[in-house]
Design a protein around this ligand. Structure first.
Ligand SMILES: Cc1cc2nc3c(=O)[nH]c(=O)nc-3n(C[C@H](O)[C@H](O)[C@H](O)COP(=O)(O)OP(=O)(O)OC[C@H]3O[C@@H](n4cnc5c(N)ncnc54)[C@H](O)[C@@H]3O)c2cc1C
Ligand code: FES
Length: 375
């Protein structure tokens, strides 16, 4: 008879005994909760453990302005950290549907390893309103790892211009908190030009004003209800040494487009973070859309040629994978089995012959004919 050899992988007898005990407990748990598997049980008792899908538990929700709040989150053990200025995907269940959106990380260095995001509720916004008005300490959020290249260069430029508007201040506050936490004095000269509807609408207003009083940066606040919108033609007047500064900007599409044109013409260095994609191509002018059929659910929705397939599908009740909703994270990619889609950013058409599996980003693609998607 072949002898049975019990092997220890590592550790002493206690480790071995505790493993055996743990194995037995897992088997008991398995029997007790069938048809759940032990991983499901661990998800309930230890959702933040290493090896689980990345999640975070809300530690606190703090109002910043009437419409915005900062959510402090204890991330799962597999959270790999971030570079200030980066964002992460956040998945939240709203009315029983898991919706994914993208939020910039706003915290500075923290001994407790917690991370924070700051959300501005937008009119009719599903996730932003849910997070700002209904999120509570103790709730779990689904998380992605940090992504994005809107980060300060290393070494830092001698002179920085930060142009932000509304919630566009979020990636920049993360940068500032990290810079100002360092013991060594900062060599970089920083101007922050921030636009908001009014003084009380300035997210992180008190903190930014304190930085200015302490001489850490020059703050130029523009309150658009009294001062009007920022006109990039006024930049030279507001920041006389503009030509010697590297600009980082985050805000509404119109402001970023104007800055891009202004800086490109003058060949000035500019880094931009967009929260929404600039749509240039639509299904107007005879470029009609088509029906979009989802193979697995059997649901067919109408795509009008200018609505992203992601939006049309969600409106039609299809549960879709997503993330940034603007073409950068690839969280929405699905195979197009047959049909034609148009890239809303540049009008380019992608054609799939029957049986193909061409990967398309549903958040920036609109139907340009009947489409069949493998989902
Ligand atoms: C890289 C990146 C970082 C981001 N960081 C932040 C952040 O730190 N804080 C923050 O508050 N938001 C941030 N956003 C925006 C965020 O991801 C969501 O788009 C926003 O919260 C709206 O989601 P919603 O579900 O509430 O709106 P939805 O229900 O998706 O949309 C509701 C309506 O608002 C429109 N809409 C969608 N997004 C915007 C928008 N950003 N501005 C104006 N109208 C919009 C839609 O077209 C629709 O008509 C970021 C986006 C990206 C791509
Ligand atoms: S959702 Fe991010 S690329 Fe489409």
């Amino acid at each position: 008879m072949t002898p049975v050899v019990l092997m220890r992988t590592s550790g002493g007898p206690d480790t071995f005994r505790s493993r055996t005990l743990r194995d037995r407990l897992v088997r008991v748990a398995e029997a007790a909760v069938t048809p759940l598997v032990p991983a499901d049980v661990l998800d309930i008792f230890d959702p933040l453990r290493s090896g689980a899908d990345l999640r975070g538990r809300i530690v606190s929700v703090t109002a910043e302005t009437a419409d915005s709040a900062t959510i402090l989150v204890k991330p799962g053990k597999d959270w790999a950290g971030h570079v200030p200025g980066q964002y992460l995907r956040v998945g939240v269940d709203v009315d029983g549907v898991r919706l994914w959106r993208t939020y910039s990380l706003t915290h500075g260095p923290r001994a407790d390893r917690c991370i924070s995001i700051t959300i501005k509720a937008i009119p009719d916004g599903k996730v932003s309103n849910h997070l700002v008005r209904h999120a509570q300490a103790g709730q779990l959020l689904h998380l992605g790892q940090a992504e994005g290249d809107f980060v300060l260069s290393d070494p830092m430029p001698d002179k920085l211009l930060l142009v932000t508007a509304g919630s566009g201040v979020t990636p920049v506050i993360g940068m500032l908190r990290n810079l100002f936490s360092k013991a060594a004095p900062l060599a970089t000269d920083i101007v922050l030009l921030h636009s908001a509807l009014s003084r009380s609408e300035v997210i992180f207003g008190e903190e930014l004003r304190r930085y200015a009083e302490e001489g850490r940066l020059r703050l130029v606040e523009l309150h658009t209800d009294t001062d009007g919108m920022l006109d990039v033609a006024d930049l030279d007047q507001i920041v006389p040494d503009l030509a010697s500064r590297t600009t980082y900007a985050c805000g509404p599409v119109g402001l970023l487009d104007a800055l891009e044109a202004h800086h490109t013409e003058r060949e000035l260095p500019l880094h931009i973070e967009r929260f929404r994609t600039a749509v240039v191509a639509t299904g107007e002018d005879g470029q009609s859309g088509g029906s979009v059929t989802f193979a697995k659910s059997g649901i067919t929705v109408e795509g009008d040629g200018s609505t992203p397939i992601l939006d049309a599908a969600e409106a039609g009740g299809v549960l879709m994978p997503s993330g940034c909703r603007m073409g950068v994270c690839f969280g929405c990619v699905l195979p197009l089995r047959e049909g034609v889609v148009r890239d809303l950013r540049n009008g380019a058409l992608t054609v799939a012959a029957p049986g193909d599996g061409v990967a398309i980003q549903t958040c920036i693609s609109a139907a340009a004919g009947a489409c069949h998607i493998d989902h």
